[in-house]
Design a protein around this ligand. Structure first.
Ligand SMILES: *[C@@H]1O[C@H](CO)[C@@H](O)[C@H](O)[C@H]1NC(C)=O
Ligand SMILES: *[C@@H]1O[C@H](CO)[C@@H](O)[C@H](O)[C@H]1NC(C)=O
Ligand SMILES: *[C@@H]1O[C@H](CO)[C@@H](O)[C@H](O)[C@H]1NC(C)=O
Ligand SMILES: *[C@@H]1O[C@H](CO)[C@@H](O)[C@H](O)[C@H]1NC(C)=O
Ligand SMILES: *[C@@H]1O[C@H](CO)[C@@H](O)[C@H](O)[C@H]1NC(C)=O
Ligand SMILES: *[C@@H]1O[C@H](CO)[C@@H](O)[C@H](O)[C@H]1NC(C)=O
Length: 362
């Protein structure tokens, strides 16, 4: 037996986070034929960020994140400012306490004008918290569009009215402005709590002329009872939700996880990389089920790994990733101690199939 291979520890490898993103279903984003009434937003103290608190009367800095929010009162001419019940809003972040609703018109738009302009990569996030603001106890269903293209149907039926829901999309605009529109589809009055834009590195989450809708992004190995991390931990303000199943063994480190060359443009938050999960033994793969929302879209997956256990000299964790035990998504990958490694699965993208399974194997 090859002595180098022999010395490799064949123990379960672990992954840290996954992001699966679907290409926007209806093709290339094209310039819309819409009135662009939006004004340039105030530049805040978070470069590359636009953060709009819809329905807020004032600009402020959020204490939890240090993000500077601007009121939307000078950014949109339509809609009505509403507030959720104050006694129920106490523990909610400021941006969730008020909203703008659009009882009139089928299509109401915000126009974002990022300083960096067209041909740059942006993460755009729309957040919704119903909070029974209208006293009707009926959560609406409406559509979100990016320009003239369908982004997502926001269906808040059967959701917790006092939790906020968000939709993320990644997009390289061909114009210096981006329209985000709420479309009344006859299932209640559309509303929005906040609208945010974050400048990304152009080399990551490449969109190839299309837009990518985020499906999920997990901080693997962190107990679900803990909070999700976002800015300032994540410089791009991605949201990392905790994920830990009972059959997984959580592992954690207090050491800093970093790229020696500091050249990983994904800029994973150290705090997210410090937790991970593994299985009982090398013969059991670490498996994650996921259900593609539809079968027509193509999906990209981004896996981020880091060795965070100090192994004996000469031992090294090695892994492969397969899809449904059918297709290997990567060659064998070796992990180095405290050194993050990103595996991008985008060529070819994954096609929609119900109940898919990522297996991470030794
Ligand atoms: C916000 O900024 C203040 C002042 O710079 C700092 O003390 C505080 O720790 C920051 N809060 C967060 C959550 O980063
Ligand atoms: C919204 O989701 C519920 C299930 O939670 C479903 O029954 C309903 O048909 C959906 N509404 C629309 C308009 O799609
Ligand atoms: C998460 O933490 C809770 C409370 O500390 C604990 O009961 C639960 O078992 C933990 N979950 C996992 C998967 O470890
Ligand atoms: C990290 O530090 C905390 C606080 O000092 C300690 O409780 C915890 O056990 C440490 N975790 C690891 C993995 O060393
Ligand atoms: C590995 O773990 C699985 C599930 O925990 C168990 O069924 C199996 O017997 C174990 N294999 C070895 C070689 O220990
Ligand atoms: C996937 O990789 C594993 C480990 O390298 C190998 O044993 C297996 O044959 C490969 N499967 C396919 C379908 O190529």
């Amino acid at each position: 037996m090859d002595s180098d291979l022999y010395s490799i520890l064949v123990q379960k490898a672990w992954f840290v986070v996954i992001l699966v993103i679907a290409i926007l279903g209806n093709g290339e984003l094209v310039r819309g034929d819409i009135e662009h009434a939006g004004r340039k937003l105030a530049v805040d103290n978070n470069p590359g960020f636009i953060s709009i608190d819809c329905g807020s009367d004032e600009d402020y800095i959020d204490m939890g994140t240090n993000i500077s929010y601007v009121s939307d009162k000078e950014l949109i001419d339509t809609g009505i400012v509403r507030a959720i019940s104050p006694d129920l809003s106490e523990n909610l972040p400021q941006f969730a306490k008020n909203l703008r609703s659009f009882p009139l018109g089928t299509r109401n738009c915000y126009t974002l004008r990022p300083e960096q302009g067209k041909n740059n990569n942006y993460l755009i996030r729309a957040t919704f918290l119903y909070g029974n603001y209208d006293g009707e106890n009926r959560q609406p269903v409406f559509d979100l569009h990016l320009g003239v293209n369908a982004w997502k149907t926001v269906n808040l039926t059967n959701t917790d009215a006092f939790r906020y829901y968000y939709e993320d999309i990644i997009h390289v605009p061909l114009t210096d402005y981006i329209d985000v529109c709420l479309i009344n589809t006859g299932h209640g009055v559309p509303f929005i709590s906040s609208l945010e834009l974050r400048l990304l590195d152009n080399s990551i989450y490449q969109t190839q002329g299309r837009a990518l809708v985020k499906i999920w992004g997990y901080d693997v190995g962190r107990n679900d009872s803990e909070n999700a991390f976002r800015y300032p931990y994540d410089v791009y303000d991605r949201i990392w939700s905790p994920l830990l199943f009972n059959i997984w063994i959580p592992v954690a480190t207090n050491s800093t996880v970093y790229s020696p060359s500091n050249d990983n443009p994904y800029k994973l938050p150290d705090v997210v990389l410090r937790t991970a999960a593994k299985t009982q033994n090398a013969t059991t793969p670490l498996s994650v089920y996921w259900s593609p929302p539809d079968s027509l879209s193509k999906y990209y997956a981004y896996f981020h790994f880091a060795e965070i256990e100090k192994l004996k000299a000469g031992q090294q964790r090695e892994l492969t990733i397969n899809l449904n035990n059918e297709r290997n998504l990567t060659e064998s990958v070796k992990l180095d101690y405290l050194n993050p490694r990103t595996i991008v699965q985008n060529d070819p993208p994954i096609s929609g199939k119900q109940d898919s399974l990522f297996n991470i194997c030794s």
